[in-house]
Design a protein around this ligand. Structure first.
Ligand code: ACO
Length: 330
């Protein structure tokens, strides 16, 4: 059996910062409301000439350098995003050429769970020996789809990208995986217009149907239910339990979600990675960004057990258990 192991990691955040004080000038909100309800202090915005593929390319370059592989060694690129540069070509194709790669490249779209689905795709391809080295990216510029006059959503999101290089290995690596989708919850979180169902028209644009629509309370309830469930299932598939987890690395949507999940799972708060204060909800990028943060500050040791857990629109969710096999950060 060939296993898959993470051999390189990198991330990228755009320069432009948007603080809570900046948002106070845009909508009727306050730093205090945003901090206590979400835990977010600031987020990054992609520059006007920066698209999702630009964020992806920067993160991927860092991951490839960290892995120490040559571009020609990469057999497949899987990119998770829900804010693609265009309907087509895929963001993966643009990222592939930007990186000077020749391998097949494909987008995976599962909203904020996209990175988890992309990692599963990479793992399955390596385990079935159809690829040896796979570049997995989570990249999103969701602020492009946010209505900056809607205080219920514009305070939440930020832009960024994270990437890992996954390679065939004699030992895991990636262990148990659990994935789920429930399309009956599609209305809970959606960008209604801009696709084939509701192409953008002046009327729909005037109604703001091309912006993120969210039932915040429903997303909250869904998240605190599904994160413990999917984590436990992926741990069971790995022959492990909650006590074996060194780091829980959940999708970063709201600090109160992270706190509730820590309590429900019985994981000490200090074992739950949180980067939300500085980056907000970066969608598909949030898990690899949080992982890179752990790695760069020197908090990952070989043998650590990581539970990477995502949830998002669809509704979608999923968890990947990883035994960390890499040495310390560069
Ligand atoms: N500033 C000030 N007041 C606000 C703001 C704001 N930015 N946003 C909403 N309010 C107001 C509301 O209008 C409401 O006022 P009202 O009672 O007069 O109508 C009041 O605050 C309470 O609103 P709620 O929506 O009930 O606030 P809640 O405590 O639920 O917090 C939040 C809202 C933060 C969105 C919360 O529901 C949440 O975090 N949900 C999870 C959603 C999430 O994380 N989504 C991220 C994207 S999804 C994903 O990543 C998978």
């Amino acid at each position: 059996m060939s296993y898959a192991a993470i051999i390189g990691i990198g991330s990228y955040l755009p320069e432009r910062r948007l603080t809570n004080a900046d948002l106070e000038r845009l909508v009727d909100t306050s730093d205090e409301w945003i901090l206590t309800r979400t835990g977010i202090a600031e987020r990054r915005l992609a520059g006007e000439d920066e698209a999702t593929s630009d964020l992806a390319i920067a993160a991927a370059r860092a991951a490839i350098a960290d892995a120490g592989v040559a571009p020609e060694d990469i057999d497949l690129l899987v990119l998770g995003t829900s804010s693609p540069d265009h309907v087509f070509p895929s963001t993966a194709a643009l990222t592939q050429t930007g990186l000077g790669l020749r391998c097949p490249a494909v987008d995976v779209m599962a909203a904020c769970t996209s990175f988890i689905y992309a990692l599963q795709h990479a793992t399955a391809t390596i385990e079935s020996r159809r690829a040896r080295t796979v570049l997995v990216i989570g990249a999103d510029a969701l602020t492009r789809h946010v209505d900056f006059t809607d205080r219920r959503t514009c305070v939440l999101f930020g832009d960024g990208a994270g990437a890992v290089v996954v390679q065939a290995s004699d030992e895991p690596g990636v262990m148990g995986i659990d994935l789920g989708t429930d399309g009956s919850g599609a209305d809970v979180l959606t960008i209604p217009a801009g696709g084939s169902a509701l192409p953008c028209t002046p009327d729909r644009l005037a109604q703001g149907l091309h912006h993120v629509r969210m039932n915040g309370a429903e997303v909250f309830k869904f998240a605190v239910r599904v994160i413990p469930e999917t984590t436990r299932r992926a741990l069971a598939a790995s022959g492990l339990g909650v006590d074996d987890v060194t780091w829980l690395v959940p999708h970063q949507a709201n600090q109160r979600i992270l706190d509730t999940v820590a309590e429900r799972l019985g994981v000490p708060r200090e074992r739950v990675v949180s980067t939300i204060a500085n980056v907000g909800n970066t969608s598909a990028a949030s898990i690899p960004l949080a992982l890179d943060d752990l790695y760069t500050v020197g908090n990952l040791r070989p043998g650590d057990v990581l539970a990477l857990v995502g949830f998002g629109a669809g509704l979608t969710w999923g968890a990947v258990i990883v035994r960390w096999t890499k040495g310390p950060a560069r």
